[in-house]
Design a protein. Sequence first.
Length: 317
Amino acid sequence: MQDSDQTMNRSFSPLLIGAAAGAAAALLSVGSVVQSTFSFILFVLSPLPLMLAGLGWGPVAGFAAAAACVLAVASFAGSSPAIVIALSTVLPASVAAYLGGMARLHEGAPAEWYPLGRILFAVTGLIAAGFVATGIYLDFPAITAELSVELVKRIAAADPAFAADPVATMALANSVLKIIPFVQPASWLLVIMANFWMALAISRRSGLFRRPKDDWPTSLKMPSGALPLFALAMAGTFLGGGFGMIAWCIAGAFSMAFVFTGFAALHRLSRGKPWRMTALWIAYATSLTIGIPVLAFLFAGLYDTAKKPAADGSNFN
């Protein structure tokens, strides 16, 4: 009888841990309604409990965390926020954790873990699809148009000369309509991958995760199949209306993924070089403050992917 109780406790443990992790992720997510810097930091960390559950305690805990998070958000904030959180946060975070823990075993040889580049590709696609679906559900063109009008009004109030120039006003409004669908999925991919890196490190250090430490500079490379998808998305940005916004969402997510590849190439190529730390410091500092150097890393990522396709694990089953 005691053995039976212990077996039941072990089987329920991942479910309980997953439920707790999901509740924590939900609290971090809905805490963003409070407009403060601290609440924003909590919101950015909302994918972390979901990933820790999936990586540390396995798929059962990961799926339990995902379900608990969506249900908790629906209870706290309603169905619409729950759908948005499910598409933008829960799904990519849960899939990243699931794929991160996937391995193919070989007799007498080390386990072959799911490639990091393929995880990046999957997460990028999910975030792009999630933002497109969210935009359709929430009528993103109307929301973006409202934000654009509000921004133009604020700038016009601060600068009367700008308000008197209808050409400049219209140009800014059109730019905002394109920038928002591009920047949101790009920035959120950065958040998801940063949380994934932290979750891997925490799970490995705690002894709950057997995957060896990945060499990100050599492993974080998009598969070559992402190149035509990115090209199609960029071509679609020339379309107007809703189809153009969909293309901008996809292009934004994949642009950030290739930027990751570009930075990984810099880390890889600068190894052992005396100028390594200076180059890395300049690259990150200028990218964060100016932003324009990010374009260089985007093109570097595209070039690196096209020049030397990754061993992308496409036959990983």
